[in-house]
Design a protein around this ligand. Structure first.
Ligand code: SF4
Length: 314
């Protein structure tokens, strides 16, 4: 199969999990399109059935640019910590340089991109063997790649900082491989703060996650993109897809968005309203403190864990 990655996870054609979709054997565009359709239908059917019963272990937080994904991840990580969960936040945004501050860290960890020889960084090479393990526990990640404060861990794939440094394709590969291999233990959850948009789905970056949380703000584009994300996520077999409203200015606006999401059969967990504390924290580069937004995120997190029948400290 060469460099081809079977979307079903077969090691070779006619492997025991191969569904004979024909994708790896396709020679024409028409054959590849027909095979992709078979894969999507298979994943939609089997992924949904399989993952409805799964615990939440890896959450990808997605949405249009500027909807507040990092704010939601920050509030969610803190809430999960309060509920007794250890979290590993992975920053996959290649441009935002200050994300670590939203999680209370003053400096960035070493980027995972420094493990790629084809990526130009002004840092000495580092041992990358840990990244090829079949299963990577939180404790297997070298400390240089990790910032840690109690149960909160933060790592980042890397940032594009210089011209001719490399492209974001490498970052997508690293994120996908890491996410597939990460093996959180009991009461540990991985939160992936995703780059904006849907390109990552086209690359299959989310294949390793069990839950997609779509952040939706009051805008036509944001709601339209949510529908596309649902289509993409179902197409790679993710069974638990939920929306969280953010930057909501009033109840009538929330009601309108909720009714639109319902009409598109997108399940939502709750709403986070515009909050002066969140705005101040964003401007000052720090985690949001106690606020209405934090209380709303607690309610959303309870609902999410209840749905998966997961226990939490109260
Ligand atoms: S035929 Fe389809 S399922 Fe089988 S190995 Fe090829 S791509 Fe994978």
């Amino acid at each position: 199969m060469g460099l081809f990655h079977c979307p079903i996870g077969a090691a070779f054609y006619e492997d025991k999990v191969c569904i004979d979709c024909g994708l790896c054997m396709s020679k024409t565009r028409e054959e590849a399109v027909a095979a992709s359709k078979i894969v999507r239908e298979y994943l939609r059917k089997h992924g949904t059935l399989r993952q409805q019963k799964y615990l939440i272990k890896k959450i990808a937080v997605c949405g249009k640019g500027g909807v507040g994904k990092s704010t939601i991840v920050s509030l969610l990580a803190r809430t999960l910590g309060d509920f007794g969960y250890g979290t590993l936040v992975i920053d996959t945004d290649e441009s935002n340089p200050g994300l670590h501050r939203q999680f209370g860290f003053e400096s960035q960890p070493r980027p995972l991109l420094s493990l790629l020889s084809r990526f130009v960084l002004d840092q000495p090479a580092s041992d990358s063997k840990w990244l090829s393990r079949d299963e990577i526990g939180f404790q297997d990640i070298p400390s240089e790649f990790l910032l840690q404060d109690d149960g909160l861990r933060f790592m980042m794939v890397g940032k594009i900082e210089d011209p001719l440094q490399g492209c974001a394709c490498s970052m997508a590969d690293v994120t996908r491989d890491l996410t597939l291999r990460l093996a959180p233990q009991d009461k540990e959850i991985v939160l992936i703060d995703h780059e904006a948009g849907i390109e990552s789905f086209g690359r299959g970056v989310e294949r390793g996650v069990d839950t997609v949380l779509i952040v939706v703000e009051p805008s036509f584009e944001s709601v339209a993109l949510a529908e596309t994300i649902v289509y993409m996520a179902e197409g790679i077999g993710i069974g638990r897809i939920r929306a969280v409203l953010n930057k909501i200015p009033s109840e009538p606006v929330a009601e309108k968005i909720i009714s639109t999401l319902r009409s598109k059969k997108i399940r939502y967990l709750g709403a986070v309203h515009t909050d002066p504390e969140v705005s101040a924290a964003g401007f000052e580069g720090r985690p949001p403190g106690d606020s209405r937004a934090k209380a709303e995120m607690e309610a959303i997190t309870r609902l999410m864990l209840d749905e998966a029948e997961m226990k939490y400290d109260t």
